[in-house]
Design a protein around this ligand. Structure first.
Ligand SMILES: [Fe+2]
Length: 209
């Protein structure tokens, strides 16, 4: 792909019937350790996925060459502001392995009336510093305080009830608004095979709107 690429692309993938009709976010939250917290995070793998997403929909994604094997679910309460922007990093199999930066996410908000923004920040000034590469080696997590990056916002998007291919290799955060946010980030079996953002765009190009 030539020219400058965007940080997100809506995909022409139906999300109708994605979520089970009997799944209720309030009931779910109440039973978890995050019930009195402003944010929550959960991972669902293999069969566990079907407690929230319809099996037929996962099958439909497979037919679209999107073999989902797990997903993360993120909850944020209205107006909760996380103090850091971050880059997604895969936890290495062995502690001695170098952590791998993630490339993309397939994100979908399942709550109604999403009014939050996923926002991206340009940290090229910081990336040149030695300190940052040291942080990468020491911990599988790269983050920047919002106070340092909030003037360097380069893009933002309301994800809403659709699938958006998002670049998670560029520092990002969520700007919450008046509504709560329940986001599902799908993980595919072949994620590791897509080595950079251009490869991810190319892989999903057939479905990019
Ligand atoms: Fe992220």
């Amino acid at each position: 792909m030539e020219g400058k690429t965007n940080l997100w692309y809506e995909l022409k993938i139906s999300v109708e019937n994605a979520v089970r009709s009997d799944f209720d976010t309030d009931n779910f939250l109440e039973k978890t350790k995050f019930s009195d917290k402003p944010a929550g995070i959960w991972k669902f793998q293999d069969e566990e996925m079907y407690s929230i997403l319809n099996q037929e929909w996962i099958y439909y994604l497979k037919q679209c060459n999107i073999p989902v094997t797990s997903f993360m679910m993120f909850y944020r309460q209205p107006n909760y502001q996380h103090p850091e922007a971050h880059i997604d990093v895969h936890r290495p199999a062995k502690p001695t392995d170098v952590p791998l930066l993630s490339v993309f996410g397939l994100n979908l908000v399942i709550s109604k009336n999403d009014d939050s923004y996923m926002s991206w920040y340009d940290v090229s000034d910081f990336e040149k510093s030695k300190e940052m590469s040291k942080t990468l080696a020491d911990t599988p997590y790269l983050s920047w305080p919002m106070s340092e990056v909030q003037n360097k916002e380069i893009d933002r998007v309301i994800i809403g009830n659709r699938i958006v291919l998002v670049n998670v290799g560029v520092p990002h955060n969520v700007i919450m608004n008046n509504n709560e946010r329940w986001l599902i980030s799908l993980r595919c079996r072949n994620s590791a095979g897509l080595k950079n953002w251009d490869e991810a765009i190319n892989y999903f190009s057939k479905y990019i709107k």
